[in-house]
Design a protein. Structure first.
Length: 252
């Protein structure tokens, strides 16, 4: 099904609902949730997914697994999506938090086949076979670390969200401590306790996540310079270390 509203078909008695959707550049799906689990695949472009607990950056040809009843918002950057909305009883192994995953060739072709199924054919034998194979393939996907946690503390989470909207290599703990009205030591201790990362390590990863949508249309050299890295080599090394892929591999 293509460009169909989930509300129109959500109550149909099927375990998997496939919906492909085209979005205008920069389109924001504001905060919402689904009763079904969602497999959201970016056939092209980049998706920026956010929940109360963190943020996930999803490059083209990757996907994000969103648990049922999880409030989230998604910014679509030149994206055409293939979604699967799955009855939670059909996927008891679904993660409790969002995950970005690699999408193998077979799964990609199955998603394309599922997108061509219309409402009247959802329950026929061929469609059910495709959906069963989709569920089998989904259960074996590999997570990639293109996400970052948010602290529970409202003030610290606010610092993180502002940083992600305008990342800057030159922001430091002193600036954050002043904004949060606490000492640098208290900031670091509280931040690490709530995220498992130091503020500096968090900002370094957030900066690299910000590079992903830029790489779709700009050279590695341009992106490295825009984010304040001393050289393309330094940027590429940090990027590969964080995500186990090269920046060049994400250029579209």
């Amino acid at each position: 099904m293509r460009n169909v509203s989930l509300d129109r078909v959500d109550r149909l008695p099927v375990s998997v609902l496939p919906i492909a959707t085209d979005y205008a550049p920069g389109h924001l799906l504001a905060w919402h949730e689904h009763r079904r689990a969602q497999f959201l695949y970016a056939a092209s472009g980049t998706m920026l997914v956010e929940t109360r607990d963190g943020a996930w950056t999803v490059p083209g040809e990757r996907a994000v697994l969103i648990p049922p009843r999880t409030r989230h918002q998604v910014r679509m950057l030149d994206v055409q999506t293939n979604s699967l909305y799955i009855d939670p009883r059909s996927a008891p192994w679904w993660p409790e938090r969002c995950e970005v995953v690699v999408v193998p060739d077979l799964l990609r072709e199955l998603l394309r086949a599922a997108a061509d199924v219309d409402v009247e054919a959802l329950t026929d034998g061929r469609s059910q076979a495709v959906f069963a194979l989709l569920l089998h393939e989904l259960s074996a996907l590999v997570e990639v670390p293109m996400s970052i946690p948010f602290p529970e503390d409202v003030v610290l989470a606010g610092l993180c969200r502002r940083y992600m909207s305008a990342p800057d290599l030159h922001v430091d703990n002193k600036a954050w401590a002043q904004e949060a009205r606490m000492s640098e030591r208290s900031l670091t201790r509280r931040f690490r306790a709530q995220t498992g990362m130091s503020p500096a390590a968090w900002r370094a990863k957030a900066l690299l996540l910000a590079a992903i949508p830029l790489l779709a249309h700009r050279t590695v050299t341009d992106v490295a310079g825009a984010l304040g890295y001393s050289s393309p080599a330094a940027f590429s090394y940090a990027f590969h270390r964080a995500f186990d892929v090269t920046p060049m591999s994400l250029r579209q």
